[in-house]
Design a protein around this ligand. Structure first.
Ligand code: FNR
Length: 350
């Protein structure tokens, strides 16, 4: 019986890994990867899309609300209503929730909260920002094998959804391979590898050769990341996958710059992408600062044009909408949402 049970667990784990084999995946990006951007990537054909990183203790102080006006499930701050995670049925089979954590039990609690709504849980082990490192999270975990083991095994054993982590490489190949083997032994479904060290910046070349060595020694799927400088059209995604020998590719900046790079049919004009993104921002009431940040990253050097300059002056989502010809859409959506809120209040007070 024991043998049978352990075989069953192994088969389940293999099936969980399949979700990460031969896939194109959009990487976690703070402020960018909220619901509107994620839905846009789904429209353009992504296989999976990560949320922005959310720190575990934020989620633990949130409450879950069914939002009947927007058709979403929201996890919101108990005290001020800030939305930490908003999701909807349409993305459920594609969205991977990324957490920042340095504690197994806290991570598990968050995993249980989001488990019914997402396709997987990912632990951020690559963030080099001071905020993460000070909290013992992100890249700080890379040099704490016991912590890694305790977090990942607790999650793998306690959750029914696949668990993964996203790392950066270490200074030497042997150390990196040792780390990856340790992670694999925790039973994770896949591993995301950003081919830069903690000290290296996005302008440095990505160590595709190191990812290739990792892919050779692991049996779980390796998701190659860090290739945006080499990915300027859709076909380059396949090239990056071949160059790294990885199972799947995870793209961050190239998807942020023009997310229609995900379309096998080719790019859409940037204005179309921005317009479609803004429609989702309006429909799902995305915070203005996040929407503006994301559009700014799409515009890049176009911020210097007269329209770009007008955009930089905007202070509300409505003002941005006007620039992309969406004023009527903004007004009708707002009216619809207000109407929905009114009728819900009416039902509740009855
Ligand atoms: C990131 N990155 C990142 N990584 C992560 O694990 N969690 C996160 O929340 C974020 N946030 C984030 C925001 C923004 C605006 C950028 C540009 C990047 C890192 C990202 O996922 C990826 O690892 C790197 O950008 C390298 O991949 P590319 O850009 O070369 O495809």
């Amino acid at each position: 019986w024991h043998h049978l049970a352990s075989c069953t667990i192994k088969v389940q784990k293999c099936n969980m890994s399949d979700q990460y084999r031969g896939k194109v995946i959009v990487a976690p990006m703070v402020r960018v990867c909220t619901l509107p951007f994620r839905l846009l990537t789904v429209d353009y054909g992504t296989d999976l899309v990560y949320t922005e990183e959310t720190v575990d203790y934020k989620m633990l102080r949130s409450i879950k609300r069914q939002n009947d006006v927007l058709g979403t499930v929201d996890f919101i701050d108990k005290s001020d209503g800030t939305v930490f995670f908003r999701t909807c049925e349409r993305e459920r089979s594609k969205v991977i929730f990324q957490i920042g954590t340095n504690d197994a039990q806290r991570a598990l609690k968050v995993g249980k909260m989001v488990e019914p709504y997402v396709a997987g849980l990912d632990v951020n082990m690559g963030c080099p920002k001071e905020f993460s490192l000070k909290g013992g999270m992100g890249a700080a975990l890379l040099t704490q094998p016991d912590k890694i083991k305790s977090i990942l095994t607790t999650l793998v054993q306690g959750l029914t959804i696949p668990v993964t982590c996203k790392i950066r490489i270490l200074d030497s190949l042997p150390e990196t391979l040792e780390l990856c083997k340790l992670i694999e032994e925790c039973g994770v479904a896949a591993i995301g590898v950003h081919g830069r060290t903690r000290q290296e910046r996005p302008r440095h070349p990505n160590h595709n050769d190191v990812i290739r060595e990792i892919a050779k020694v692991l049996t779980i799927p390796v998701i190659a990341n860090g290739g945006s400088r080499e990915i300027s059209r859709h076909d380059d995604i396949k090239k990056f996958q071949q160059d790294t020998g990885a199972s799947s590719v995870m793209i961050a900046r190239a998807a942020m710059w023009n997310c229609s790079i995900l379309r096998p049919e080719g790019f859409l004009p940037l204005d179309t992408v921005i317009e479609q993104y803004l429609r989702y921002c309006i429909q799902y009431d995305n915070p203005f600062t996040y929407s503006k940040y994301t559009v700014q990253n799409m515009l890049r050097e176009l911020q210097d044009t007269p329209r770009g300059k007008a955009f930089l002056e905007t202070q509300t989502l409505q003002e941005i909408s006007i620039i992309w010809g969406l004023e009527d859409y903004f007004k009708t959506q707002l009216a619809k949402q207000n109407e929905g809120r009114k009728s819900l209040n009416f039902e509740m007070s009855e």
